[in-house]
Design a protein around this ligand. Structure first.
Ligand code: MN
Length: 200
């Protein structure tokens, strides 16, 4: 069973003015579609075919560039669309407590996450991850790497991710990555992030 490009859970213009429709169309329809197609090609006929994407990434041979880049790209964007929404939802008390414990306050978390996103040189992602004991960490990773992969970033399971590749923001923000990071916080789906925290 090949991996399929998931539909966006909202219209391409639903996140405007924070993320514009044209960027969403290209990002989902071209970039994510490309990672999906290339991931399927990379695993076809290998022992990885039929495995879940979580299993493929957590047991990844990091020297396998095709699966690392396209498997990461497939997983990362699947998560990215889901953790955004025009409706912010509500953060669970459990997640709120874990954020306060790790970062002192929500603002402390926002500062740490924004710094990871802003200082990731070149293309990459910022992550909020949960460890098995429920504790939280923030990190940045290059390219399409993510903390599910062996010895990448802070480890743990991503519950929130922000794409800081230029293709994610350049049409609307040009080189103003900090403005894009600030805008992202207007479209985070805290219900979904809380669900991912609870089902780690
Ligand atoms: Mn992207």
């Amino acid at each position: 069973m090949a991996f399929e490009l998931p539909s966006l859970p909202y219209a391409t213009d639903a996140l405007e003015p924070h993320i514009d429709a044209r960027t969403m169309e290209i990002h989902h329809g071209k970039h994510h579609n490309g990672y999906t197609t290339k991931l399927n090609a990379a695993i076809a006929g290998t022992a990885l075919e039929g495995n879940s994407i979580d299993a493929i990434l957590s047991e990844l041979d990091m020297s396998n560039a095709a699966v690392r880049n396209n498997g990461g790209g497939y997983y990362n964007h699947c998560l990215f669309w889901e953790v955004m929404s025009p409706d912010a939802g509500e953060m669970s008390p459990e997640l709120s407590e874990a954020i306060n414990k790790a970062f002192g306050s929500f603002d402390g978390f926002k500062d740490a996450f924004s710094k990871a996103a802003a200082t990731q040189f070149g293309s990459g992602w910022a992550w909020l991850c949960v460890h098995e004991d429920g504790s939280l960490d923030v990190c940045g990773t290059p390219n399409q790497d993510n903390p599910l992969m062996p010895n990448v970033g802070c480890g743990g399971t991503p519950v929130l991710g922000l794409d800081v590749w230029e293709h994610a923001y350049y049409l609307n923000y040009q080189n103003r990555r900090p403005d894009y990071i600030e805008a992202f916080f207007n479209v985070v789906n805290w219900s979904e992030v809380s669900k991912r925290y609870a089902t780690r």
